[in-house]
Design a protein around this ligand. Structure first.
Ligand code: PLP
Length: 394
């Protein structure tokens, strides 16, 4: 590998480079295979080299990749229709290219609503401690983790942090326009919010004509077993953001909302957002995933994967504390003496890809269509690491 570095040193990269993949297996430069339980941090929803996705990309490349949002884009319209239908909410979509951009759009929309919907401007958005909403200046400020804010101020005003959902309710005041939450905090420890508390928050916001924004960048697109995690919570948010798994590796983001008359022409936009390539791939991905869910295969995969996680927690109580998360967005809470970075590195050495989250959570975000065989192979390798650690820690 060429060690000359032309890249800014922003990432704490593991010392490996993948050159190809097939289904849920990745291959490095030497041809060694790795079972992928991370799917590029929740992006590769259909794993690698899905035949229908390849066909769509080739077909679209032979026609048109991009025109501009100053023209109509047929696959974008189809994609919006599909997303709205799958969500079961009465919403409209705005397409962009990433989770941060989707959240930025959500914040802009909430701000405009706060400007025009009341006698007095409301602008404050309450977010939850340990949340993660993106890395632009505004979404970074929406991310309620003070240690990430150190060098980049001054920030836009108007973000208030609550320790939990109940505190968010108590912090709502006359300046508040919205509360923005992740139903499972992805980067903040795979922490799942309490359903009753979220429903209560939703009720109070609705009663006061304030907004519930749900960041489903990580939880959305069938990761929970439903198209959206919000559907499990039986809530109707005003704004939902999606990205990651929508086009299994082609950059795309969506902000969807039931506020249909707030943004006017020119208020917002994106050059690349929702172009022919990303939305035609997303249409294919969503069709495959919808069928996958309807056939019962997704639920069966979720059960199978969860069984393994439960097994490890039960069998190795000296290493593992508990399971966290839902569907195929799962975490294992490690006992204090287990080093998270070490276990991620060891997993790589044993050719299985896992992620960290928070300070002591081992995170699993496998491709949604991972096969039972791949799951079995992955956890067989994982058990070798666990045995090794278990002997050492006893
Ligand atoms: C919940 C959540 N929101 C927003 C983002 C930011 O997405 P992106 O990196 O695509 O900008 C992430 C990324 O991990 C996320 O998990």
């Amino acid at each position: 590998m060429d060690k000359t570095n032309y890249l800014l040193p922003l990432y704490n990269r593991l010392d490996i480079s993948f050159v190809k993949g097939k289904k849920s297996i990745l291959y490095d430069e030497k041809g060694k295979d790795y079972v992928d339980f991370s799917s590029g941090i929740g992006v590769n929803s259909l794993g690698y080299c899905n035949k229908k996705v390849i066909k769509t990309i080739k077909k679209q490349a032979n026609k048109i990749l991009h025109s501009s949002n100053i023209y109509h884009i047929k696959p974008q319209k189809e994609c919006a229709k599909k997303i709205v239908a799958l969500s079961t909410y009465d919403m409209q979509c705005f397409f962009c290219n990433s989770g941060a951009e989707a959240n930025e759009s959500a914040i802009k929309l909430a701000r405009k609503y706060g400007n025009i919907a009341f006698n007095k401007t409301k602008y404050k958005i309450i977010t939850i401690r340990n949340s993660f909403h993106g890395r632009t200046i505004t979404t970074l400020k929406a991310t309620a983790q003070d240690d990430k804010h150190k060098y980049f101020g001054p920030y836009p005003d108007g973000f208030v942090y609550a320790d939990n959902i109940n505190e968010a309710i108590s912090l709502i005041d006359e300046d508040t326009v919205a509360v923005m939450i992740e139903l499972i905090q992805g980067e903040g420890g795979v922490f799942m919010q309490d359903k009753a508390q979220v429903r209560e928050l939703s009720k109070i916001l609705k009663k006061n004509k304030l907004l519930l924004i749900v960041d489903e960048v990580q939880t959305g697109v069938y990761r929970s077993g439903n198209f959206l995690m919000s559907q499990h919570y039986e809530i109707t948010p005003n704004i939902i953001t999606l990205a990651k798994g929508l086009a299994t590796g082609i950059p795309i983001g969506v902000m969807m909302t039931n506020l249909k008359n707030i943004f006017a022409k020119g208020d917002h936009g994106s050059t690349f957002g929702g172009n022919h390539l990303s939305t035609s791939v997303s249409n294919t991905v969503l069709n495959i995933l919808e069928q996958y869910k309807n056939s019962g295969k997704l639920e069966s995969n979720i059960k199978y994967f969860n069984k393994y996680i439960d097994y490890f927690i039960k069998k190795y109580p000296s290493l593992f504390l508990s399971k966290t998360g839902f569907g195929l967005m799962l975490g294992i809470t490690l006992k204090e003496k287990v080093n998270l970075d070490e276990i991620v590195q060891l997993s790589l050495n044993y050719r299985i890809l896992v992620l960290n989250s928070g300070t002591n959570i081992l995170r699993f975000l496998p491709p949604l269509n991972i096969s039972k065989k791949e799951i079995k192979i992955g956890f067989k390798r994982f058990e070798k690491i666990v045995r090794k650690l278990n002997i050492r820690k006893q």
